[in-house]
Ligand binder design. Structure first.
Ligand SMILES: [Zn+2]
Ligand SMILES: [Zn+2]
Length: 285
């Protein structure tokens, strides 16, 4: 099987270490046989909305053909932090939101409006759970919090694709950069099946897609092999439950160095084929 779409790609306009130019991306995607794809730079809070404007400018400058689309990756943040930012309390310091000091189980929110997205010509929205919302670093609490954030995104009218469900970074990372235990890397089965069923039902009901993410989950060098196998089975379970899947490389590097061959091998091993992935229709030119 050959993979031919990619709906989650960061360019040098993202506020993190992402560094590819849009021209290089277009060239490399063609070399990799990726025919339908989209640019999705990060927006976490209103403070880094200018990054989306820059991303749009570089995208348009590349004179995109009809199968290269413009999207965005939003983060689930809290209404509490958005309110603090609106008050001016964290001017310029809250690009990644306010990660400490909020009320545990704070109300989830997105940092952009439909008007923001329309103004930047965004065709589709990828949104992900990236951080706990001030709950304790305990397995049970993190699982409950990530599930409720994923549910929020699945049902949000602005969200088209829930990015990398159950991706985790930060706390619990070993000194060698690996995750081996909490919150779910010793056994992905610690997450109740009822949560997976509820998430799948919400996605189907809302016509929202779930992402198979290559770099963040399927081929992450920080995650244990057993977890990655369990994770591929989880994606196959979403497909069986009627969820529309999308493929995303989550490229952050300068050369689009994504191992699509290995990703295809792992996906086909659980019965997921290239035809299973959603595609944004080509734009009228
Ligand atoms: Zn993400
Ligand atoms: Zn991403």
């Amino acid at each position: 099987m050959t993979l031919t779409s990619d709906w989650h790609i960061h360019s040098r306009n993202s506020c993190d270490q992402a560094c590819i130019t849009v021209d290089d991306l277009v060239r490399r995607a063609a070399e990799e046989g990726i025919r339908d794809f989209g640019l999705t730079d990060h927006v976490h809070t209103p403070i880094n909305l200018p990054d989306l404007v820059s991303s749009r400018e570089e995208y348009l400058g590349a004179v995109p053909e009809s199968r290269f689309h413009f999207g965005v990756e939003l983060s689930c943040v809290s209404q509490w932090e958005l309110d603090r930012i609106a008050e001016g309390a964290y001017d310029g310091e809250a690009v990644y939101g306010i990660r400490q000091g909020g009320p545990a189980w704070a109300e989830p929110a997105l940092g952009v409006t439909r008007e923001d997205l329309t103004a930047c010509g965004v065709e589709y929205v990828v949104a992900g759970t990236h951080w706990p919302l001030y709950v304790p670093f305990e397995r049970e609490a993190i699982i409950r919090d990530y599930h409720r954030q994923n549910m929020f995104l699945a049902q949000h009218p602005l969200v088209d694709i829930v990015a990398h469900p159950w991706w985790w970074m930060g706390h619990w990372k070993d000194s060698d950069g690996r995750y081996t235990g909490e919150p779910w890397f010793d056994d992905f089965g610690c997450i109740p099946q009822t949560m997976h069923a509820e998430f799948a039902a919400a996605l189907v009901e809302s016509d929202t897609r779930a992402e198979a993410n290559i770099s963040a989950n399927l081929l992450s060098g920080s995650y244990p092999e057993r977890f990655k196998r369990q994770y591929a089975e989880y994606l196959a379970g979403l497909k069986l439950a009627g969820v529309q899947l999308t493929l995303g490389s989550d490229c952050h590097d300068a050369g689009y160095a994504i191992d699509f061959t290995e990703a295809a091998r792992r996906l086909s091993a659980v019965g997921i084929s290239d035809d299973d992935f959603w595609r944004c229709p080509p734009r009228d030119m």
